[in-house]
Design a protein around this ligand. Structure first.
Ligand code: DC
Length: 230
């Protein structure tokens, strides 16, 4: 059976992965996986239930029974409640980054992430999409940008959502999260060996999308994947 093709987009926070992934998926008619939303949803659900964010076994057990639904428009439902805004706060990002250091959590979330691989294809964004979750992906991209540009992007995103934020706090938040994500022992944030690197600091989103599509067209036989999802 041919596996559906995968485009992986990895990189630190606020490099534009989400926006680019959404647009690339739309242009190709592919499915989309926002793996960060999965970590955020699990971390938020754990906090709501009073589960210790260091307790890998309890978090893995929670992930097995977590009723989380992710819609194409970015809406996230947790146990039937709209958690779209709650998972996007800087605190939820820090909780996600903390539980993401635990081997049990990463292991438990693997099948959930791989289940998104369906025909006609998948655009998967996160930190370890090209290195661990989809090592056989045909097209691997690593997005980067300067910390100052990323903090400002995140600031604008939060303001648009009506969430309060201070730019210096966001910069510190991004830097502490990136350093934890890069230094953890398991599945650290780093480019896959075959990844094409794109610095998005001074590129408009459309140009980044075009670069990703150009690469995807070179290496993917769009329409070949025939694995179906339920
Ligand atoms: O992409 P994001 O900012 O929503 O991700 C939140 C945190 O989740 C991030 O700081 C680290 C973790 N994460 C991860 O470890 N691996 C992924 N594939 C995606 C996210």
């Amino acid at each position: 059976m041919n596996e559906a093709p995968v485009i992986t987009l990895d990189g630190p926070s606020a490099t534009g992965k989400g926006t680019v992934a959404g647009l690339v998926a739309q242009r190709l008619g592919f499915h989309r996986l926002d793996s960060g939303a999965l970590y955020r949803a699990l971390a938020l659900a754990a906090r709501q239930r009073g589960i210790d964010l260091e307790d890998g076994a309890a978090l893995a057990a929670l992930s097995a029974r977590l009723a989380a639904r992710f819609e194409a428009n970015g809406q996230t439902w947790l146990d039937g409640e709209d958690a779209s805004l709650a998972i996007r706060t800087p605190e939820a990002g820090q909780w996600a980054s903390r539980i993401a250091t635990l081997a049990e959590v990463r292991e438990a979330l693997l099948p959930r992430q791989r289940a998104f691989r369906c025909a006609p294809g998948l655009v998967a964004e996160g930190r370890d999409m090209g290195t661990v979750v989809f090592p056989d992906a045909e097209c691997k991209i690593f997005l980067d940008a300067s910390a100052a540009v990323r903090a400002e992007r995140r600031w604008r995103q939060l303001l648009e959502k009506g969430l309060d934020a201070r730019l210096p706090d966001l910069l510190q938040d991004l830097q502490s999260r990136d350093s934890r994500d890069m230094q953890r022992g398991i599945a650290p944030l780093r480019p896959a060996r075959q990844a094409i690197r794109i610095d998005t600091s001074h590129l408009p989103v459309e140009s980044v999308v075009e670069k990703v599509l150009e690469r995807a067209m070179q290496v993917i036989d769009v329409g070949l994947g025939n694995s179906a999802c339920d």
